[in-house]
Design a protein around this ligand. Structure first.
Ligand SMILES: [Zn+2]
Length: 191
């Protein structure tokens, strides 16, 4: 960027540009907008600071939460016999947005003994009967489901995965809500 532009402005542009899906042009537009709109800019800065300070993973399921236990885990109206295993906390937001699921979630993040222990504790605590794998379809995801299934085979669970309507390798985020809803409703049993 031109040396004539303010250094602070350039830093703001660089920060915006480091966000996912934000290109240089959009970054300049956003930086200009918040520089001109002080109230909005200040609110944005405060919202970001609050999110960083107060949002942490739920101690049970790993979804984003302001409390030790998230709203989903503590909601007694949710269907607690069904638990959906997802790859990241972001997937919980996407599935909640789709409105197609009313059970519990578990964020796997990475396969570790600690994670599997947490999952077992959660299954036992909530009396979970069915586990649904909602991974992005890929060979790796299938291997991951088989591995988890094998590790939990003593827990007397039914296993299923979201239907194949979702194209291979396409992340849940990029699937339209109707397809996602269908994939959840027509989930297939794993045998
Ligand atoms: Zn939770």
């Amino acid at each position: 960027m031109s040396k004539k532009t303010s250094e602070k402005f350039n830093e703001l542009v660089a920060s915006f540009a480091s966000l996912p899906t934000i290109g240089k042009k959009t970054a300049i537009r956003l930086a200009y907008f918040v520089s001109k709109n002080h109230l909005l800019g200040t609110k944005l800065a405060q919202d970001i600071e609050n999110a960083i300070r107060f949002i942490k993973p739920c101690s049970k399921c790993g979804a984003l939460s302001e409390n030790e236990c998230c709203e989903i885990c503590s909601d007694e109206d949710r269907q607690r016999a069904v638990l959906c295993v997802v790859e990241s906390a972001r997937d919980v937001l996407i599935l909640e947005e789709s409105g197609s699921f009313n059970g519990l979630y578990f964020v796997l993040d990475e396969l570790s003994d600690e994670k599997l222990t947490k999952l077992r504790v959660m299954i036992a605590e909530f009396g979970v009967k069915e586990l649904i794998f909602a991974f992005t379809h890929s060979v790796n995801a299938d291997a991951m489901s088989f591995f988890v299934e094998d590790k939990l085979k003593d827990m007397n669970l039914e296993f299923s995965k979201i239907a194949q309507g979702i194209p291979s390798g396409v992340h849940l985020e990029n699937v339209d809500l109707i397809s996602l809803h269908k994939a959840m409703v027509f989930r297939t049993k794993l045998k």
